[in-house]
Design a protein around this ligand. Structure first.
Ligand code: MP5
Length: 198
């Protein structure tokens, strides 16, 4: 089964992850600034955790998957710089403690680091495809959050997700729905955390 078929297998979970109340609040501008800033700080931590996972996945990936994983790792490094600039502009402390959903997602990434490469590739595709669909649904956002929505809906991002799908489809996971479910649940919990922070 191609990874792109996974969302249709779990329509309710997918809707929760990609059309979450937090995202609707970003779109219409009703998410409080404090909730949004909490989400930004937690997401900066997540991106650091994801870079750790992805760099190690690159190290063990087969030759055809290297380019897309390496390109993604470079993008994650740039994203950390972007978060640092945002933190300065918005006076945020990026060293704030990780909240429970962030810690749980980091633990999932650790388990995926120990999983086989096909499972890890399906997981990484799910992480990024959820984000692409989530932010695409939040566009066009009300003005305070417009630049963020634009960041995750930039044209290159869809191409990256398509590249990850090709890499994952070349090495099918034994139990793709299982890892898909785990990642989607972690994404929903992350949005729930952001909303609760408001
Ligand atoms: C991504 C992210 C996407 N930044 N945060 C969460 C909770 N899930 C997925 O990662 P990227 O690489 O920043 O697009």
């Amino acid at each position: 089964m191609p990874v792109a078929d996974l969302p249709a297998r779990r329509p309710d979970a997918w809707r929760n992850a990609t059309d979450h109340p937090f995202l609707r609040g970003v779109r219409d501008g009703t998410v409080p600034r404090a909730a949004f800033d909490t989400w930004l700080v937690q997401d900066a931590r997540f991106v650091g955790d994801l870079l750790h996972f992805q760099a190690r996945l690159l190290a063990r990936a087969p030759r055809p998957a290297q380019a897309v994983l390496a390109g993604g790792a470079v993008a994650l490094v740039a994203e950390l710089t972007w978060f640092e600039e945002l933190a300065t502009a918005r006076a945020l402390a990026l060293d704030a403690p990780a909240l429970p959903a962030t810690r749980a997602y980091a633990a999932l990434l650790d388990r995926l680091d120990a999983a086989d490469v096909p499972t890890a590739l399906t997981a990484l595709w799910t992480i990024e495809r959820t984000y692409l669909d989530a932010w695409s649904g939040a566009a066009p956002a009300a003005s305070p959050y417009r630049e963020f929505v634009e960041h995750w809906t930039a044209p290159g991002f869809a191409g990256y997700v398509a590249g990850l799908a090709a890499a994952a489809d070349a090495l099918p996971a034994a139990e793709p729905t299982r890892v898909f479910d785990e990642v989607v649940a972690a994404e929903v919990a992350f949005w729930d955390m952001a909303l609760a922070a408001g």
